[in-house]
Ligand binder design. Structure first.
Ligand code: CTP
Length: 413
C-alpha cells in the first residue's frame, strides 16, 4: 500500500454530456484523487480548458505536442491507477477499439496498463449501430469496463438509451474499479440479474402489504457487478435509491410483476441473484375502490393466497451455466434453516443473514454465511454490504469458471 493519492486520468471526448463530467471531476478531487483531465480537441468546444484546469488543479492539454520534454503521451498512461473516459463518444470508442493514437487521449489509452472505464453517451441510433456494438464488445473483451448508458431524454426531443449516467453514480463506478485494482474484471461480457427491494401486494388503490427491505444489498450487488465488467439487469421493487450507473433498472411493484421481469431477464443470464424480499402471500382479491370504515361494522378479514416462488422456479429450471443465488432472512436456527431452504429452493448458493428489528434492514452493513449446494460454507464478517456483494460475485465466478483461481477461500462443512 502506498500513501500517495490515486492517480486518475479523466478522458473527455466531444459530447454535450461533458458538462456533467465537471461534477464527476469535483467528486474525484474532493475525495483525494490526483486527476489529470485529458480532453479531445473537440471536447474543448463543449467545456473549455480553464474549467478543467481549475477543477483538477492540474494543467490540461489535448495535444501530444505540448510539454513534449515530459513525454506526456507515454507518462500519463504509465503512471495512472485508473483511466476513466466520460463521455465516451462513438468516435472515441471506435478509435480506442482500433488502437488509433492520433491525440493525447488515445495515446494514453494505449500506454495505460491500469483499469480503463468508458462511460459512453450518444444518440440511441449511434449506440445501437452494429459498428458501435462491435467496438464495445472488443473493448470489453480486452478487459475494459464499458458502462451501459442510461435511458431517458437525450439532447433534442428524442429519448432512449444513450444518456450519460448520473455523475454521483459514475463516481461510485470509479471508486469501486480503483478499489479492485489489478483484480480481473471477471464478469466482463457476462449478463447478471439482481432483484432488490421489497414487493408490495395491493389490498386496494391506497393500501398494500409490504416489508422493510431497503434495497441496499441488491443495489450493492448491482454496483459491484458493474465494476467487475458485467451487464446488469436490476429488477427493483419499491426502492428509493438512485439508479446505479451501468445497470438497466426494471421497476416492479408486486411479486407477480417481479416474477415476470426476472424470468424474462434470466433467459440469457449467467447468474441470477434474488436479493429482493418477495412477499410469500398476496390478498386474494383486489378491491378497485378504497375500503371505507363505513363498509361494515366489523373489518372484513383479508384472505391471502400464495405468490409464485421465483427462486424455487429458477432452481427447478436448473439451466447449465447459470448460477442461481438466493437470500434468506432468518431470525433463529440460522444455519439449519438456511441448509433446509437451500435444498428446498434448489439454488446454487444461499446467503443467510440473521434479521431482527435492528439488524440488516436499512443498515449499510451486513454479516452473513453463504452456503453452497456443494456443501461449502463461507463466513462473511460484519462489514459494508458491498463487501458481502463482492464475496457473492467471487463465489458466482468460481462456479461460472470452475478450476480457475478463486478470489478467496471457502471451507467445506
Ligand atoms: N423468494 C422468491 N419468491 C418468493 C419468496 C421468496 O423468489 N415468493 C426468494 C427471495 O428473493 C430470497 C429467497 O427466496 O432469495 C428466500 O426467501 P424467504 O422469504 O426467506 O424464504 P421462504 O421460502 O419464504 O421461507 P420462510 O418464509 O419459511 O422463511
Amino acid at each position: 500500500m502506498t500513501s500517495r493519492k490515486p492517480r486518475v486520468v479523466l478522458g473527455v471526448s466531444a459530447g454535450i454530456a461533458a458538462y456533467k463530467v465537471c461534477e464527476l471531476l469535483r467528486r474525484l478531487t474532493e475525495s483525494g484523487h490526483d486527476v489529470t483531465v485529458v480532453p479531445t480537441e473537440d471536447a474543448l468546444r463543449f467545456v473549455g480548458e480553464p474549467t478543467w484546469a481549475a477543477l483538477s488543479g492540474n494543467p490540461v492539454s489535448a495535444r501530444v505536442w505540448d510539454g513534449v520534454e515530459g513525454v506526456p503521451h507515454v507518462r500519463l498512461g504509465q503512471s495512472a491507477d485508473l483511466v476513466f473516459v466520460a463521455p465516451a463518444t462513438a468516435d472515441l470508442l471506435a478509435r480506442a477499439a482500433h488502437g488509433l493514437a492520433d491525440d493525447l487521449l488515445t495515446n494514453t489509452l494505449l500506454t495505460a496498463r491500469c483499469p480503463v472505464v468508458f462511460a459512453p453517451a450518444m444518440h440511441t441510433e449511434m449506440w445501437e449501430h452494429p459498428a458501435t456494438r462491435e467496438n464495445v464488445a472488443t473493448l470489453r473483451a480486452r478487459g475494459a469496463v464499458v458502462v451501459e448508458p442510461a435511458s431517458g431524454r437525450l439532447t433534442g426531443k428524442d429519448t432512449g438509451p444513450g444518456r450519460l449516467p448520473d455523475p454521483a453514480e459514475l463516481f461510485e463506478v470509479a471508486r469501486r474499479v480503483l478499489a479492485r485494482g489489478a483484480a480481473p474484471r471477471d464478469l466482463a461480457g457476462r449478463h447478471v440479474v439482481v432483484s432488490a427491494g421489497g414487493t408490495r401486494e395491493a389490498i386496494d388503490p391506497v393500501r398494500f402489504i409490504g416489508n422493510r427491505s431497503s434495497g441496499l444489498q441488491g443495489y450493492a450487488l448491482a454496483r459491484t457487478a458493474v465494476a467487475r465488467g458485467a451487464r446488469v439487469t436490476l429488477v427493483a421493487a419499491n426502492v428509493a435509491l438512485p439508479d446505479p450507473a451501468g445497470a438497466e433498472v426494471v421497476a416492479v411493484t408486486s411479486a407477480v410483476e417481479m416474477r415476470e421481469a426476472v424470468l424474462e431477464a434470466a433467459a440469457d443470464a449467467d447468474a441470477v441473484v434474488m436479493a429482493a424480499a418477495v412477499a410469500d402471500f398476496r390478498p386474494a382479491g383486489y378491491r378497485d375502490s378504497k375500503i371505507k370504515k363505513t363498509d361494515g361494522a366489523e373489518p372484513e378479514p383479508i384472505r391471502l393466497v400464495k405468490n409464485p416462488d421465483i427462486l424455487a422456479e429458477l432452481g427447478r429450471e436448473r439451466r447449465a451455466g447459470r448460477v442461481v443465488v438466493g437470500f434468506a432472512a432468518e431470525t433463529d436456527d440460522v444455519l439449519a434453516n438456511g441448509r433446509a431452504k437451500l435444498a428446498r429452493k434448489g439454488s446454487d448458493l444461499l446467503v443467510v443473514n440473521q434479521v431482527g428489528a435492528d439488524l440488516t434492514f436499512g443498515r449499510p452493513d451486513n454479516a452473513a454465511v453463504v452456503l453452497g449446494a456443494d456443501g461449502s460454507r463461507t463466513d462473511v464478517p460484519r462489514g459494508p454490504k458491498e463487501a458481502l456483494a463482492d464475496t457473492v460475485w467471487d463465489l458466482v465466478a468460481e462456479r461460472l469458471f470452475p478450476g480457475e483461481e478463486a478470489g478467496h477461500a471457502s471451507v467445506r462443512g
